[in-house]
Every structure is written in C-alpha cells, then in structure tokens.
Design a binder for this molecule. Sequence first.
Ligand SMILES: [Zn+2]
Ligand SMILES: [Zn+2]
Length: 363
Amino acid sequence: MRTSRAIVQTGPRALELRELPLPEIGADDGLLQVEACGICGSDYEQYQGALPVRFPVVPGHEPVGRIAEIGDVAARRWRVQAGDRVCVEAPIPCGHCRECLTGAYRLCSGHRRFNAYGYVGLDVSPGLWGGYADYLYLDPNAIVHKIDPAIPPEIATLFNPLGAGFRWAVEMPRLAPGDTIVILGPGQRGLASVIAAREAGAGCIIVTGLAADEHKLALARDFGAHHAINIEAEDPAAVVRDITDNRGADVVIDVTAYAVEAVTQACNLARRGGMVVLAGTKGPKPVPDFIVDRLIMKELTLIGALGVDYGNYDRAIRLIESGKYPLARLHTHTLPLEQAERALRILAREVPGEDAVHIALVP
Ligand SMILES: [Zn+2]
Ligand SMILES: [Zn+2]
C-alpha cells in the first residue's frame, strides 16, 4: 500500500508524524504532492486547541504543490494536468447553498462542519485533508489556482497573506487612491496589507507595532509604508492627527492577534465616516472601553474580515509572479515536516532568539 507522511494533531499541543494510506483517485478528484504549506496565525490557535476542530486532524490550510494524479473530469474542470504547480484554497465549498450561489463561498453553509483544508478530521475518508503532509487529497469541490512553476514553492505560499491584504485592506474598505490607511500589526498580514495598499495607490500608509517588532517595522518601511510606529515609544493617535490634519485615517485595519485594545484604538484613529476592518482574532475576550456612541457619532463602518476569495487570491498570485516586490524578504523560515511543532512555536514567539514573519513547512 502506498502511504503519505502526515502530521496528525490528536489534541491540544499534541502532534505526531504518521503514515496514512493514499486514496485511489477517480475521474472526478485528484492528489497533490505538497511542496510547501504556509503557516497561518490561526494554525497556532488550532495547535493550542482554541479552535473548534475535531481531532485527530491533519492541520495546514495554505498548501502549494504539484498535481500528482488527476482524473479526466477534474482535469477539465480545473484546467490543470499532472505536473502543474497549484495553490489550493482552504474552503471546500458545497457549491449549492445560498452563500455559495451568492458568491460568498467562504461562508458556505452546506456542510454540517467547517469544511476546509486543515479542519476536516481523519474520520472523513481519505483523511489527507491537511497541508502538513507529503500528499493532499483534492476533493471534487476543491478550488485550485495555477502558479508559475518558476516561483519557489515556499514563496508561492505567500498567496495567502497577500490575498488577505488585497481583500481586507483594499477591497472590503474600498481603499481609494490617495487615501490614508493605518495598519495595526506588522505581522505577515500587516505587511501584506502594506503591499496591497501601495498597489491600490494609497496616499499614506502607517503601520504600528511594538518595540519587539522593530525588524518588521523596518520591513514595512522597505515595502512602502510612509510611517512605521513603535507604539511603546510614540503615540499613534498623535502621529495620525498630525499627518491627516486632525481628520483621522480613511481606513484602519486591525491585524493584531489577541490584542483587544487595538479594536478601540482602530475606532479612535479612523476619521468621521471612516472604515474599520477587524481581521485579528482575539479569542473569547471582550473589548474594554468600547464606547458605542463614539462609533455612532463618527458614523464609522465596522467590517469583520475572515477569509480571502477567488479574485483576491488571483490578484495575489499575479503579483507574486510579477516579481515586482522582493517577497522572499517576507519569508523568514522554511522547516521540514518533522519540525511542525517548532515552526508553530517560532511563529508564536515561543522560541527565544527566533523572529519570524512568514514560515512554510516543506515536506
Ligand atoms: Zn490561514
Ligand atoms: Zn455552500
């Protein structure tokens, strides 16, 4: 029997390397040989057991790889053939529910569970539903994007944060040329938002972070941020007032993890009638000092942003292929499959001396 190595999560903070059988591929599905899988901030939450995921499960929802096997029907549908390099989207939508049919397939309600790569358990055949493995099963409803095979696979996995940048920082808040945008958090999503905002013609891009983020704030400047502020040394409200002539920012996006006070801060930094995008998950913590009247008086629009969608992934992939930005500078760590746990702990700053922006696992 042919098998694939896979990292299996059996519970909170419990990962083990196993051999899982490879499925028989029919006319309608396929098999991806994983070349790299990006590690997302939510992967760490999943590792900790903070997400509603049923164990055992193979984590990893940002895979890039080569089509190893594919059926005729699937090849025609996806317009790909064996050997092509593709990026695979996380959702595996049903295609028939209201959300799918109105274009919001990320929010598909057609499955009883959250049906996405990295979250479907081993109990659902064939079990290879995660990118932390040598092979990934390509379900008939999977969504794949071809990407130039000349792009190194670990750089190709940046299609995820970059797609998020285009959707969260530009499309959802309708960021227009000349606008001022404040990005709270200089992690991979924050830096991707800098690039997306620059592509959209933002007039002023301001990024905030902590003293420990100095390296990332420097990267933000290099990628086009006009101001990158360490909030432990400088008051972002004063900086934004100064830059905008007391008006406030047109768009504020919060991509900080766990920091609940960033939500109040985002509302304070936005101008009257401005847009606030909340995309940094906080766990079950409430937001302190959130005074609703301030939001009403300023007529702010608050937007919750979770996933990315087809058009924005496409935009991200074209940007990667263009070679316009030195994206390799965002990719700081490549680790082998066996070191999945270490990779997750590096991303969460649990490993002293390591400072990551973007990490990929390479089988
Ligand atoms: Zn993710
Ligand atoms: Zn659906």
